[in-house]
Design a protein around this ligand. Sequence first.
Ligand code: SDX
Length: 435
Amino acid sequence: MAVIGITDEGETEDMGVARLNLDDQEYEFPVIVGSEGEVAIQSHALRSLTGAITLDPGYGNTGSCRSAITFIDGEQGILRYRGYPIEQLAEEASFVEVCYLLIYGELPNEEELEDFRARLRRHTLIHEDMKKFFEAYPPTAHPMAILSSMISSLATFYSEEEDVDLHVVRLIAKLPTIASFSYKKSIGQPFVYPQNDLGYAENFLNMMFSVPCEDYEPPPVLARALNMLLILHADHEQNCSTSTVRMVGSSGASLFAAISAGIDALSGPLHGGANQQVIEMLEAIRDSGDDFSEFVGRAKDRNDPFRLMGFGHRVYKNFDPRASILKGAADEVLAELGVDDPLLEIARSLEDVALRDQFFVDRKLYPNVDFYSGIIYRAMGLPTNMFTVMFALGRLPGWLAHWKEMSVDPDNRINRPRQIYTGAGARDYLPLADR
Ligand code: SDX
């Protein structure tokens, strides 16, 4: 791959270095090219050589690591887990297979998959003492806050000395149990224990929707939809919550602490919390009877903090391939469930209006993964405040894969960005009487 050099003579080809001219001094920095042709200037010697740092708020142009887990091409709308296209995995794989693929790097063979499933089945319960924690939460507690606290509390039951892969299995096996318990707590129903003869999706649906006084069979259409939704959310390279997991992990903190921090980062409305916000926005549009002009107008108004939730993306400047899959799945799942949700039609019309509006076209704002996912979760019978919990269930294997990759990366060091100070210069303390 010819590397484009950046020199004061303009762009040239086949340069293995990038040259920087600062204060009439020229510096060279090595350039690396990834397996998909991505080019990076290695700047770790920048400050020692030049005394200067880079400033990149939000890290939009800053690579934090080399990673072999997920590849995204934002311009082409490409997403691959360990090289496998998301379209194929969403259509043909099971979520448990995708967990194994992301964490261990290859699709499991039959024996490896059965062994992994058996290990997961052995760890679906949580310690009975952890059930007491739920009694202390108010019924209105947001399940994401419960999830983060419970995952952090797992560290009090298990030793750091134990094998990391055992902790990986524990987290994948226990997250659905904790998530469903937080839902049952919020509706005042008894907890439903995991059933190890059920598949991952079926077991979660059973814990969520079965009640002791009735028979419940997880509908296959819901299990298929859940399996696909979890796969679509399983990883997305260095997004905010995954970078949080890597940052917390870089200090040597426990895996449980890092995953708990990832859950907290995901809960933000600009990140995983957007799927809940999308539904609330669509309901507001429905209730206002607006023809979208008010909401689209507000989204375009620089003085209005309102954003069109479920639109835009730091990386995708084309369709988010996950949104394309979910757009099609929403029709299929609602039709198969016989659900006629007016919010789906509102979502489609809003997308149509936005994609023809120059403001969105100029900024390449397309629907992202959160725009249609909530419509499907609603049709499945999930309450809105559980939507981001579903995102966390899906993203867990990605967080685990990145934490493991970080923990063995020879380049890894505690994450500690620099800053440009803009505050007051040196001054002496003033006694209170003199202020
Ligand atoms: C996820 O990183 C990942 O991979 C995340 C994720 C994953 O799988 O982990 O894909 C999951 O978090 C998806 C994103 C979910 N969030 C939302 O849907 C919230 C709404 N979207 C925006 O807040 C925004 O688009 C972000 C946060 C997603 C991206 O923000 P950026 O990259 O910082 O872009 P920006 O805010 O600088 O916006 C650039 C311009 C601005 O306008 P100008 O200042 O240039 O005039 O676009 C505008 C923004 O005002 N803009 C929007 C908008 N998103 C961006 N205007 C209206 N509505 C929007 N949704």
